[in-house]
Design a protein around this ligand. Sequence first.
Ligand code: PBG
Length: 331
Amino acid sequence: MTAYPVRRLRRLRQNPVLRRLVAESDLTPRRLVLPVFVKEGIDAAQPIASMPGVAQHPLEAVPVLVEQAVSAGIGGIMLFGVPEVRDAVGSGATDPAGILNRAIAVAARAAAGRITVQADLCLDEFTDHGHCGVLAADGSVDNDATLEIYARMALAQADAGADILGLSGMMDGQVAACRAALDAAGRSDVVILAYSAKYASAFYGPFRDAVESTLTGDRRTYQLDAANGREGRNEALADIDEGADIVMVKPAGPYLDVLADVAGVSSVPVWAYQVSGEYAMIELAAAAGVIDRERAIGESLIGIRRAGAEAILTYWAIEVAGWLNEGRSLT
Ligand code: PBG
């Protein structure tokens, strides 16, 4: 009889209980965050065509969504506003009566400390040109003028009751500007989640539908180039220096190397955002019968977790939390 192979890596894979015991990564509902779109001026949920299963919600629906999130045991909800009116400077973002700030207030009241209420802090949903900042006379995005607006937006969101501000605009110095404004206003309690390594990505495509944003040009002068990994790490380290409490990599799936790299050097929690296009790809491929929907969702999420994300923003948060609560494995 042959004496080899002595090393048999299949040994630990031979049955489900062994596989469960030796699984390196797993996911728990508390690590999931649900992005929620709240649209001004509607009275019923409106499905988003490019994101089957995801809808824009009226303000009145927010307490129901919060209850679902609480029952599912997820970590929080991330709110996005879809305003009726947009202008060049994104006035709706800093107005306490703006749709996002109202949604935060409603969510915070409903949540009553049972889950975190998080808000997207960026101007693209509020500007008529669709950029994440205000424009200079030459049409470029004016970094420092935008920082002043972000600082006011941070205060408006904190006043409305947000626990965590998701700074997603990719302006240099945005974390420091918002931290300074919050601290000066006595709001050193408010958490800053920096979308540090946010890449200029085709995978945000369906999100544009979700927030009805029509972008003139592209975001390549402020979001990262997909070719660059080191730059993603630098962004995260810079944000930590500026006072970020949590850093994030986005999108998730195509940037797992950056995620792993940031997770290896970060002194603060590292999260990832599984974005609209990652969601749509799996939903549409599954609807076409090309892949197994639930297995693909589970695998995509466990991959993000394995790469080092401690929490994940995903449009499947409630559904997947339900699976986990039933004791199902994602693999
Ligand atoms: C900026 C923001 C975007 C997303 C989250 N925050 C869009 C962008 O930067 O183009 C995309 C999320 C997704 O695609 O699911 N407000």
